[in-house]
Design a binder for this molecule. Structure first.
Ligand code: AP5
Length: 219
């Protein structure tokens, strides 16, 4: 299966990808995670991406398309789930072109739909583990010991782009540049788009996603 998971920043894409990967064995490719790894390693790519990410705007398409094409090449037989990519219509078209070269296509697009106010609460309350990348929330998904990662005992951090001002910018960027990607896929003959209500709690959202993906596996 080749799946794209779309949704506003903070809609729960990373959270849901973990469940999808555990159930279907897909490779999870998060453009945001890859960029953060590049930043942590202080690579040229990471240096270029830093200022865009910290102000809540998109990293230029040419950087992202090349980075993700490289990651997709290493995909196992079971397939992949893309998280945070494509984020512009141009990125989606480039992805289609590059998959078509190897006679592949995106099988399904899962679109997490959520209100801006809920998203803002989720992002400002998010805490992440700098070592293993586990994601928590100060109200919805607390670690066993406050501020400490359950997996490795590291002190949790708040992402630099999760402050209220940058969150507002990220939402604006999402509405202007990423929402049109949903219509791009809805108008394409290649991929089916499923709208998923992401305002629900994480388990309920997983159930909705599994219903769609189970049907796809059977088909
Ligand atoms: P990226 O890391 O992709 O950020 P994002 O899309 O803004 O998504 P998030 O990681 O913030 O949220 P999420 O949907 O994964 O939510 P999560 O599961 O963590 O991108 C960061 C930056 O990199 C961009 O701004 C841009 O600069 C750059 N970039 C990345 N990709 C790019 C691209 N393709 N092109 C150009 N630039 C790119 O959940 C959030 C919180 O809510 C957590 O605390 C979680 O515990 C909680 N939560 C999750 N689900 C629920 C639920 N159902 N109920 C209650 N709480 C929940």
């Amino acid at each position: 299966m080749r799946i794209v998971l779309l949704g506003a920043p903070g809609a729960g894409k990373g959270t849901q990808c973990k469940h999808v990967v555990a159930r279907y064995g897909l490779l999870h490719l998060s453009s945001g995670d890859i960029l953060r790894q590049q930043r942590a390693a202080d690579t040229e790519l990471g240096k270029k991406a830093r200022s865009y990410m910290d102000s809540g705007v998109l990293v230029p398409d040419e950087i992202i398309v090349e980075m993700m094409a490289g990651a997709i090449k290493k995909t196992p037989e079971a397939g992949f789930i893309l998280d945070g990519f494509p984020r512009t219509v141009n990125q989606a078209a480039e992805l289609d072109k590059s998959l078509a070269c190897s006679h592949q296509k995106i099988d399904a697009v899962l679109n997490l739909k959520i209100g801006d106010r809920i998203v803002a609460r989720r992002m400002t309350g998010r805490r992440s583990c700098p070592q293993c990348g586990a994601v928590y929330h100060i109200e919805n998904l607390k670690p066993k010991v406050e501020e400490i990662c359950d997996n490795d005992g590291a002190r949790l951090i708040q992402r630099p782009d999760d402050g209220p001002e940058v969150v507002a910018n990220r939402l604006k960027t999402y509405h202007q540049q990423t929402e049109p990607v949903v219509d791009y896929y809805k108008n394409s003959n290649n991929s089916t788009v499923y709208d998923i209500d992401a305002n629900k709690n994480a388990d309920e959202v997983s159930t909705l996603l599994f219903e769609k993906l189970d049907a796809l596996v059977k088909a």
